[in-house]
Design a protein around this ligand. Structure first.
Ligand code: FAD
Length: 310
């Protein structure tokens, strides 16, 4: 489907310095290895590029999606009829000054954590092993083992959908469990963190390694997934336990399966389609609701489903 004329696309190409691709399979950009093509896939190199892209999307009523590492999304089999903005190429710098770390959103969370480690900075070691980018981690308020990325955040630099750049201090933001509550469509460009300087980080190295080992034991890390599908319903309650108690571990639909290792993971066991995953999501929600009266809310984000609606 042609959403924008060829001439308008040429004009866009001439006004951004970064790369633009068309009909890019999103299965290549998600940890699930699932998803049809993106109409436009943009790799901006600086803030002005991102602004131009946002303005183009709004002028042409084209939906846009801010992509991080693609580790918490399910993209529709028919793809995304809009503009994907990927910061991985152009927003990759990380600077450390004393106990302050300033990083751009395309930096991987793994690199962020290991940089903090190298500089003997404590506070983010429990996030070791969470895949994806720093921008995605902030948007999702990613966390594990009682720790969340927002806890050490000092400030954020955003570009709003209306093209306005905005600096926000952490106290002006309302982070919750796996929610950042940022303005709709805003893109996080960079962020600043305040960590705790310690003399010797070797103990932290140790705890991070143990955490990664524990993840590898408990989670189906060898199969493509998006991590937890559902949020835990409330403090102390586990979505995985509810799905397991509902007897759904190991249930399959096409190439997707409710993991037999951790029931809050739906894994891609071979050429799964988004449709297969959606089938298992609906099954888990209905069964848990019927058996335990608990509503399971999605943690993963659905991309492209508005257009095709299944
Ligand atoms: C094996 C595995 C284990 C996992 N374990 C955990 C875990 O322990 N804890 C946890 O919290 N999560 C976990 N996850 C989920 C996922 O890794 C996190 O949610 C991660 O922080 C998402 O980052 P991402 O860059 O991949 O974001 P994406 O999946 O690309 O995007 C997720 C959301 O963030 C938005 N976003 C991305 N970048 C930006 C940006 N720059 N500005 C604005 N919005 C943006 C997207 O639009 C989307 O809505 C796991 C996933 C896997 C595959």
């Amino acid at each position: 489907m042609q959403l924008v004329s060829d001439q308008e696309l040429r004009e866009l190409e001439n006004s951004v310095k970064g790369e633009l691709k068309y009909n890019t399979p999103m299965s290549e950009h998600t940890t699930y290895n699932i998803g049809g093509p993106a109409y436009i896939y943009a790799l901006p190199v600086d803030k002005d590029d991102v602004k131009t892209l946002m303005e183009f999307a709004s002028e042409h009523q084209l939906p846009h999606f801010n992509l991080g590492g693609g580790s918490n999304i399910l993209v529709h089999d028919k793809g995304y009829q809009g503009l994907i903005i990927d910061l991985k190429k152009g927003f990759n710098s990380i600077e450390v000054e004393g106990n302050i770390v300033k990083a751009q959103s395309g930096v991987s969370l793994a690199r962020f954590v290991s940089t903090c480690r190298k500089h003997n900075l404590a506070g983010v070691e429990k996030l070791a092993g969470i895949p994806g980018s720093l921008g995605g981690a902030l948007f999702m308020n990613a966390g594990a083992f009682g720790s969340e990325i927002s806890q050490r955040l000092k400030s954020l630099s955003l570009l709003l959908e209306n093209g306005e750049f905005l600096e926000l201090r952490a106290i002006e933001l309302q982070f919750e469990y796996r929610e950042s509550n940022l303005p709709e469509g805003a893109i996080i460009l960079e962020s600043e963190f305040e960590l705790e300087q310690v003399e010797d980080a070797s103990e932290l190295y140790g705890s991070s390694q143990d955490i990664v080992k524990e993840r590898n034991v408990k989670q189906p890390v060898t199969l493509p997934s998006t991590g937890s599908i559902f949020k835990n319903p409330e403090e102390g309650d586990s979505a995985g336990k509810l799905i397991e108690d509902a007897g759904l571990k190991g249930t399959r639909a096409g190439g997707a399966m409710i993991s037999d290792k951790h029931a809050n993971f739906i894994v891609n066991v071979g050429k799964a389609k988004a449709e297969d995953v959606m089938h298992l999501i609906a099954l888990a929600q209905k069964t848990v609701q019927d058996k335990f009266g608990v509503e399971l809310e999605l943690e993963l984000k659905l991309v492209g489903f508005e257009e095709w609606f299944i």
